[in-house]
Design a protein around this ligand. Structure first.
Ligand SMILES: Cc1ncc(COP(=O)(O)O)c(C=O)c1O
Length: 357
């Protein structure tokens, strides 16, 4: 492979572990997608969209209609007046993560992450030759080791800090001390607060943007809004930052169907998000049941729980063999909170493996 960059040979693509499952249904609780698909009436609207969109035209390269709808949506949950020029779009928020890395860190320094966390920050940074420095989290609540963070900042040229609010896979929100630390970072350091699970947590740092022009908030249509198939993510940031992110986006990166589907989801957001209370209920049930079996389960503000059973690898494998796929990551198990029947099957299959009897 002398024709390619040698450092890329060590890269592994982002994958969720595949299992050889022939039965039905396969309960996918491994990617924090919505367990329930969009309702049939919404699917009909999507079909009508596909039927009527001109296929021979590029999308509107500036996606004005979608950015306008997103700005209005952000305003509803942040209380902040947001203009369309404070919204950048991506082919999934993954694309925006790469754009932020190019804009903030390439040729400038490395990035700081706190493990365990979303792995794409590290994977994408490495693909660009950007150093990745990881600090640890405290096991008790998975808050970041801020002393280690501070020492790292003093030692290395940290160009950007990536945090998730709430964190994946561990489910914890940023603490007051972590927020204070982020606020204290110099304006030369980009702070990315990834709120992929923001709808579930019903909290946001968007109001911080006015005081901290170096902050960028990431959100996605892939989780609570149930459009993972469409790959639509967005960033909220000051217009100057948005200009750069938009310039880095590949032209027309967002297919016109995806952009229109995202607008449709926002128009019907109250219905699409109406299942949040049942997700909270199910999250509590799973947490309490697993705790009752002696598992360690941490409180989660997302649509997933993070747990350690004492024999996690075996649990992962035995569940997969029975048709429930979860994630074994960060030294524990991340289990997407699905609908109640999916949770019933999960618990029954765990009992078949010898838990909770
Ligand atoms: C924290 C976090 N950020 C970003 C993403 C990627 O989202 P998208 O589907 O918008 O690329 C995920 C997906 O799992 C995630 O967990």
């Amino acid at each position: 492979m002398e024709h390619l960059r040698a450092d890329l040979a060590a890269l592994t693509p982002y994958t969720v572990e595949a299992v050889d499952w022939q039965g039905e249904p396969l309960d996918k609780l491994d990617a924090n997608e919505a367990d329930g698909d969009v309702p049939p009436w919404f699917r009909e609207k999507l079909a009508a969209l596909a039927q009527n969109l001109p296929q021979h035209r590029y999308p509107d390269g500036e996606y004005v209609a979608l950015k306008t709808a997103i700005a209005a949506y952000v305003q509803t949950w942040s209380g902040e007046a947001i203009a369309p020029n404070q919204v950048a779009l991506g082919n999934g928020s993954d694309e925006l993560i790469r754009s932020v890395l190019i804009a903030a860190a390439l040729h400038r320094g490395g990035i700081l992450v706190a493990n365990p966390t979303f792995s794409m920050y590290g994977i994408l940074a490495k693909s660009l030759g950007i150093p990745v420095w990881a600090i640890a989290r405290h096991e008790s609540d998975f808050a970041m080791d801020l002393q280690a963070a501070q020492e790292l900042m003093a030692r290395e040229t940290v160009a950007a800090v990536f945090v998730v609010h709430p964190n994946s896979p561990t489910g914890n929100l940023l603490t007051a001390a972590e927020l204070d630390w982020l606020r204290s970072l110099p304006p030369t350091v980009t702070v990315v607060v990834d709120e992929a699970y923001g709808e579930f947590a019903d909290t946001t740092v968007v109001p911080e943007l006015a005081a901290h022009p170096n902050w960028i908030v990431l959100r996605t249509f892939s989780k609570a809004l149930r459009l993972a198939a469409c790959r639509v993510g967005y960033a909220i940031a000051p217009p100057a930052t948005v200009n750069v992110l938009e310039a880095l986006r590949l032209p027309y990166a967002l297919p016109v169907f995806s952009a229109e589907a995202a607008r449709l989801a926002l128009a019907h957001r109250e219905t699409l998000l109406a299942n949040l209370p049942s997700i909270y209920q199910e999250r509590t049930r799973l947490t309490q049941t697993l705790q009752g079996w002696g598992w360690r389960v941490w409180p989660s503000a997302g649509n997933f729980v993070y747990a350690r059973s004492g024999r996690d690898r075996a649990v992962f494998t035995e569940l997969a063999a029975r048709g429930t796929l979860i994630r074994h990551t960060g030294g524990g198990l991340r289990i997407t909170v699905g609908e109640k029947p999916t949770g019933d099957r999960l618990l029954a299959r765990l009992q078949e493996c010898g838990w909770g009897i």
